[in-house]
Design a protein around this ligand. Sequence first.
Ligand code: CS2
Ligand code: MN
Length: 360
Amino acid sequence: MKMVFRWYGENNDPVTLEQIRQIPGVVGVVGALFDVPVGEVWPLEKVKHLKEVVEKAGLTLEVIESVNVHEDIKLGLPTRERYIENYIETIRNLSKVGVKVICYNFMPVFDWMRTELNRKLPDGSETMEYDHSLIENITPQELIKRVKEGSHGLVLPGWEWDRLAKLEETFELYKEVDEAKLFDNFVYFLKAVIPTCEECDVKLAIHPDDPPWSIFGLPRIVTNRENIERFLRAVDSPYNGITLCMGSLGANPDNNIPEMIRYFGKMGRIHFAHVRNLKIENRGKFYETAHPSFCGSHDMFEVMKAFHDINYEGYIRPDHGRMIWGEKGRPGYGLYDRALGAVYLLGLWEAIGKMKERYC
Ligand code: CS2
Ligand code: MN
């Protein structure tokens, strides 16, 4: 297992590479270019520059999150061909600087969704919350306004305000796209790009839908073991893999996370993992907690043990953390709580390994 940490780039992240370097056990960052419009090619020069900056700080850049998929590909419009070509070009450019895994998602319109970005917990920390009953009672526009207000002026991953400004148009187009159609469009995309991944030795790792159910009537198709297995088998290449984000899948208590890790791990299809905890208050309502098991609804020991048992050699990163110790930053992506999370996960990993060596 390789422990990595998400970083938003120079002048775009209050967290510095020097700080990340000092978190014990973290070997690399998960990076991206945030100034290339969705659908355009990531220029080789920019990618090279990012790589140099990261390596100069003593860290690796082997995972990219995210190369976002243009909406026309998800919608299956004729214009998708151009965007697929661009995606292929981006894969090639990333492979040239040694990128091994690309995380992406296939969620219509919205990336991850929360209804409250700054919920105060009893210990004074702040965290993000999702409440489905609220989603059912407001419009997508109202929701976007809420998220924007809570974002402290920082662009959130997958929440490009310009793109979201054209919401009505996009929702109109999705009237024609149900789950079956979205699945076909997804497989069409995979069939087009996976041969290049094989050729360039870059693995694709789809991020599950967050939360793993339909919102605002939009289709969602990466939500459980059954539908994940379906598209893994539809394009049966080891380069067609997943990002096992337990924060996303774990919001639905029907998803058994350790079991999914064992299942997809044995298939050799987990290339990247987001490991974090959350507290399910009731069905459809949860908030993000600190990583340890006693803070949330998930048994993190069982999760890390499942990764250990499958001899997981891929990348893991802590995911959303709370805002603690007065830190101000991008919701979910402060330094302190994620650093505590990384070290906690590494502690579990060491303990599990030594227990096996000594007592089994
Ligand atoms: C991330 C996602 O912040 C988050 O919740 O896990 O935004 C993730 O980066 C994308 O869905 C992957 O494309
Ligand atoms: Mn995630």
